[in-house]
Design a protein around this ligand. Structure first.
Ligand code: DX5
Ligand code: ZN
Length: 216
């Protein structure tokens, strides 16, 4: 099933509750929550208290993308705050298998993210254990960037790897997905679509419906 995961990084934080409600009512199934620590990526975003507040106001799947070093340190706290999916970067984990264990112990969906230049071989042994792979289609750390074209080929290769292993792993794409680039990532095999600026710049409900229409 195709799902839209609006990224609140591009939301108007003075109207966050209202904008999230608009996305949810328009049919968005997931809500993407980008956590940045100023180490793994240069920026700092938001964390547990914001996630806890959002949990009280939405039934969407809370899709937490941890762009932080050694993310295992915080998995328990994000689980306590109501995350449904926790995604860690393969590049940021001292022990990726252990980080996945921590997510699974909390009975959450586990995702592994790869930066654009990280090869798919990083997934070889972990793939059967995880629910989702997040392919970064821009460099992590900032909204509103342009999709890096070679990452579309990477999505296609990942889809072949998943199918070849008889798995049903979800493929999430994140960064630079808009009305122009959406179709090509869908065609390549992505089924969870993160969109920040494309959803939150302008009319949130209208943008959400328009994206979901393309994804049908
Ligand atoms: C970037 C974040 C993205 C970001 C996407 O590091 O992981 O989730 O919000 O923003 P857009 O859709 O504007 O490229
Ligand atoms: Zn993200």
């Amino acid at each position: 099933m195709n799902c839209l995961s609006p990224s609140i990084l591009s939301a108007d934080f003075t109207r966050l509750g209202e904008q999230i409600q608009a996305a949810e009512q328009a049919g968005a199934q997931y809500l993407h929550f980008d956590v940045m620590d100023g180490f793994f990526v240069p920026n700092i975003s938001f964390g547990m208290p914001v996630l806890g507040s959002l949990r009280k106001g939405t039934n969407m799947m809370l899709d937490v993308h941890l762009m932080i070093e050694d993310p295992g340190r915080y998995i328990g706290q994000f689980a306590d705050c109501g995350a449904d999916i926790i995604t860690v970067h393969a590049e940021a984990c001292k022990d990726l298998n252990y980080a996945v264990d921590l997510i699974k112990e909390r009975e959450l969906l586990a995702g592994v993210a790869l930066c654009p230049a990280t090869p798919l071989s990083a997934l070889q042994y972990i793939l059967p254990r995880i629910d989702m792979v997040l392919i970064m289609t821009v460099n992590p750390g900032l909204g509103g960037q342009k999709l890096i074209p070679y990452t579309v080929e990477k999505v296609r290769d990942l889809k072949a790897m998943i199918d070849g292993n008889g798995l049903k792993t979800d493929i999430e794409v994140d960064g630079g997905i808009n009305f122009q680039t959406l179709q090509q990532v869908l065609d390549a095999g992505a089924n969870i679509i993160v969109a920040g600026s494309a959803v939150f710049e302008g009319d949130v409900a209208e943008n959400t419906k328009r994206m979901l229409d393309i994804m049908k």
